[in-house]
Ligand binder design. Structure first.
Ligand SMILES: *Cc1c(COP(=O)(O)O)cnc(C)c1O
Length: 386
């Protein structure tokens, strides 16, 4: 049996062809493939606008910049996420406010968020970055109601959930990143995510003003757009109007991302099958404390089980060439965030979750045989150690 990682990319001949064609064309960076990818992605999630950028972290940074986060501003996010979800606030000099997770869904607890907002009498909290953790969509309708009530903005970190959806209170389908409720949403095209571009990211929004600002900030704050220029000295003339960055995506990465996007629904379907198989295999088993379960609209970036003797199981699986993972070590316990004042005990739900969680292999090319092997090894571990 060859090693089984928890996630991996799938590159087809079509993908390779798309990249090679772009390499032979006139544009290596930000050319026609960018607009193609942006348009296709916007229509995939159902947003008005999409902005392709260098990676998901750059996407988050541009979002906090565009929303004007500055020193003294506070922004709420979850401790159970990848570091970038919180770091983007720090890049702009803002302060992170963590809110504990709901132990059932692993998502940020919106009741806790409401309480934090109520206690923020000085109105320092400017926004919230909810995460569709593991691919499970957060209830954006509830987020929007909170945002409106307290006058804050929303950046949906949808890195785990391209193609994920929820139904709102009217039964209407709300696709992750479609911008109905969020101000901005972001995605990543790191190889372990659903759509791989090597590196890459996308911001989606329905807000034209924010869109224009993101376009400007993506390329140094420089524009050549006639209707935006303050002066015009001739054909060469451009203006740097804001302090931006170089967060462009290359054209060949966009070609790869776009080629992958064409198979996204297929991949999602396979991820949901794999999740169902795990769920059925583990249902009612004594060693399972909790499992992700089967949720409609879940995008299953991760399939998580909570188990007894997690570390031993993790090591045992490694000895069997199965590379399960832990998502995530609570962010507030990282040395960097501890230096800012957080400590063990601050978020009991997140810390309890971390003690027992394990992300099992899930990716579209995981074969049924490989999945059966993973399941068998887990049973073997608990049966042999009774
Ligand atoms: C991957 C990821 C990011 C960052 O994306 P990169 O493309 O790796 O910079 C941000 N948030 C979450 C939840 C992620 O999983």
């Amino acid at each position: 049996m060859k090693p089984i990682p928890y996630g991996r990319q799938n590159i087809t001949e079509e993908d390779i062809k798309a990249v090679v064609e772009t390499l032979k064309s006139d544009f290596l960076t930000q050319g026609p493939k960018i607009a193609e990818f942006e348009n296709a992605f916007a229509s995939y999630v159902g947003s008005n606008y999409a902005v392709a950028v260098a990676n998901g972290t750059a996407a988050l940074h541009l979002c906090t910049l565009a929303l004007g986060v500055s020193a003294g501003d506070k922004v709420i996010t979850t401790p159970i996420t990848f570091a970038a979800s919180a770091n983007c606030v720090r890049y702009c000099g803002g302060e992170v406010v963590f809110a504990d997770i709901n132990p059932e869904t692993y998502l940020i607890d919106l009741n806790r968020v409401r309480q934090i907002l109520r206690e923020d009498t000085e109105r320092k909290i400017k926004g919230i970055i909810p995460v569709d953790f593991a691919g499970r969509p957060i209830d954006m309708e509830v987020c929007r109601n909170l945002a409106d009530e307290f006058g804050i903005w929303i950046i949906e970190d949808a890195c785990h959930a391209p193609g994920g959806f929820l139904r709102n209170s009217q039964g209407k389908k709300v696709v992750c990143g479609n911008g109905i409720y969020s101000d901005l949403a972001i995605f990543s095209f790191h190889p372990v995510k659903h759509i791989a571009a090597g590196e890459g990211g996308m911001i989606t929004t329905n807000n034209k003003k924010l869109y224009d600002k993101l376009i400007l900030l993506r390329t140094h704050g420089i524009t050549k757009s006639h209707d935006l220029l303050h002066e015009n000295h001739g054909g060469w003339y451009y203006e740097m109007q804001e302090l931006g960055f170089n967060y462009r995506l290359t054209d060949f990465q966009a070609a790869l991302g776009n080629s992958q996007l064409q198979r996204a629904d297929e991949g999602l379907k396979r991820r949901r099958e794999i999740a169902q198989t795990y769920f059925d295999a583990f249902r009612g088993k004594a060693f399972i404390k909790r499992q992700s379960g089967v949720v409609p609209g879940h995008a299953y970036h991760l399939y998580i089980i909570e188990v007894d003797r997690r570390k031993e199981l993790y090591d045992y699986l490694r000895s069997k060439q199965i590379f399960a993972q832990i998502h995530y070590i609570p962010l507030h316990l990282m040395p960097y965030y501890r230096k800012l004042g957080w400590k063990p005990g601050d978020f009991p739900n997140a810390e309890n979750y971390y003690r027992n969680c394990l992300s099992l292999p899930i990716y579209p090319t995981l074969s049924s045989e490989e999945q059966d092997y993973v399941i068998d090894c887990i049973f073997e571990f608990y049966e042999n150690s009774l």
